[in-house]
Design a protein around this ligand. Sequence first.
Ligand code: 2P0
Length: 326
Amino acid sequence: MKATVRAHTNIALIKYWGKRDENLFLPTNSSLSITLDRFYTETTVHFDHCLSEDVFWLNHVQADQKETKKIRAFLNKVRDLTGEVRSARVESVNHVPTASGFASSASGFAALAGATVKASGVTLSERELSQIARQGSGSACRSIFGGFVEWQKGIATDGSDSYAVQLLDQKAWDLRILAIEVSTEAKKVLSREGMKRTVATSPFYQGWLKATEVDLVTAKKAIAQRSFTLLGETLESNALKMHATTLGADPPFMYWQSSTLIVMETVQALRDKGLEAYFTIDAGPNVKVICKPEVEQKLINELSRLDVVKHIYPCQIGPGLCYLEG
Ligand code: 2P0
């Protein structure tokens, strides 16, 4: 059996930063994201009794042992659940700009979860799919859904209550996201390692956990009320707090570059002049700027004047999993 699924990337407005269980990918805090229309992964999974082991092709090239091992470990988790015994050929294509630093693990594991389950001939709820995708990469559990999505951390030790839920669908609130590329260099500290080090060593981590709980409540209220200012202030402050924890880690690290700071300062200066927009930053130097549709073009014009800006990708809010033919 064969299935092809498309899943879109997401960006967190309230960040996932830290695990309480690394094997099950259980987070220490709940997070909230929007799914993007622009960047996605398409994955085909074909279970074939002629194959003696799983094979993985990424962007039309056969992946190395290390990458294939990660995919195989994930397929094993799904096989345990569905009873599938055959090996699979997995073909994934990332429609994320090459080496842009925009993460594709969320869309990658969401698409893989959807295609593997479908190809096994099993029907699961979106909630169950979210729990499976989570075990490939935490943020992937949010990419099962479109629109505004909350990943509820849960408290159970087996992960049964840690999954994403949709807060608003794709069309409910038209906000725009500018993905601002300032660097295409590979990051020095991968997010998985970065969050682990922060949890273990940063004296600011307990403060982060407390504050982010409050931020989540505020962000959900802002979304329910469609209050852009409240949401923007909350998401910007939450991103800054996440990055503050990395400065306290041992050894300390920082995802920002000078170009990152220039974009951040410019967004704040434009806001002071009445162009309302807010930034967020993930585990890398690139910046995402959130705004309303009516200021999008003006903001693009202003930000593209900066020498440090290599590329701007305008995005809208995107859909959840799409099942494709073939
Ligand atoms: C997020 N990040 O909420 C946060 C903000 C990075 C900064 O989710 O170890 O690739 O695979 O669960 O999902 C990146 O972490 O980490 C991430 P794993 P993942 O989007």
